[in-house]
Design a protein around this ligand. Structure first.
Ligand code: MG
Length: 274
């Protein structure tokens, strides 16, 4: 997981951006920090308070139940392998907005240390509708597999957290956490050796197919348009405005831009009508 909005790093000068001198950088950075905090604050507020966020999640999981049922019903012969759904965890099954909120309150950016501190607490909430969907799938004889980029060192705390939310019928063999590479391609392949993957759930396009891994913003949009029939059918997307490759792609996945540079890059993508 990466949280980019508040990351403060040394100023770098990269092509395409005007040079930031030491004299101007501190005030520019202060302004950029304010903009960045507003940006993060709205994202946190939306996830934590907007009933529309909850409604959207319920809607997504309700429609996913219908899709799953239809897929199982339409399959005339027994599956060669046990059917499964593959689910991401963060902002798909579990809600980490408390972590982002704390970063905001502390005026800090993401760090591995604070993330570990948060995940060790085992206090992530449930994304609305996720737990019902998991129980529904299991009742239908569908295995629920979690492929998450939480680190393997977080396996026990993650399992405890998910169990405390009420998920039953899973053990460590249902979890595929991150060992080295961020791409989920090999883990999806490993799962498909033993299971027929019917649907994939995620808040990030890379949760669905490696074709989306580290692609430019333009490519991501073109790919989604080209695969539009898969969404809501094979791929089920949960909303996440807090973080994700939607934002990383704006920065070409370079995370060492200064806040001022990030602010400038973000503004470059915003289109008005004049
Ligand atoms: Mg996620």
């Amino acid at each position: 997981m990466k949280y980019y909005s508040l990351v403060i790093l040394a100023a770098v000068t990269l092509s395409g951006c005007s040079e930031i001198t030491p004299e101007t950088s501190s005030s520019t950075e202060r302004e950029a920090l304010t903009v960045s905090q507003i940006h993060t604050e709205n994202s946190v507020l939306w996830q934590q308070t907007a009933a529309e966020y909850k409604a959207l999640c319920y809607q997504t999981y309700n429609m996913a139940k219908l899709q799953l049922e239809q897929k199982l019903h339409a399959h005339a012969f027994p599956y060669e392998k046990k059917p499964a759904v593959v689910m991401d965890l963060d902002e798909t099954v579990v809600d980490n907005s408390f972590y982002n909120a704390q970063l905001l309150l502390n005026g800090e950016g993401y760090s591995k240390e604070t993330w570990k501190e948060w995940s060790d607490l085992e206090k992530a909430g449930a994304v609305p509708g996720a737990l019902d969907f998991i129980a529904f799938a299991q009742e239908k004889g569908v295995e629920v597999i979690f492929i998450s980029n939480r680190r393997v060192s977080e396996l026990q705390s993650t399992m405890n957290n998910v169990a405390a939310l009420g998920v039953q019928g899973v053990d460590s063999s249902n979890y595929f956490l991150r060992m080295d590479e961020g791409s989920k391609m090999n883990r999806r392949s490993a799962v498909s050796e033993n299971y027929e993957i019917l649907m994939l759930f995620g808040d990030n396009l890379a949760d669905f197919n490696e074709i989306f891994d580290k692609r430019s913003n333009a490519d991501r949009n073109a790919l989604v348009a080209g695969m539009k029939d898969d969404f809501g059918s094979k791929f089920v997307v949960l909303p996440n405005v807090l973080y994700g490759e939607w934002e990383g792609s704006l920065y070409n996945y370079k995370y060492d831009w200064t806040l001022a540079q990030k602010d400038s890059i973000r503004k470059g993508y915003i289109k008005g009508y004049k």
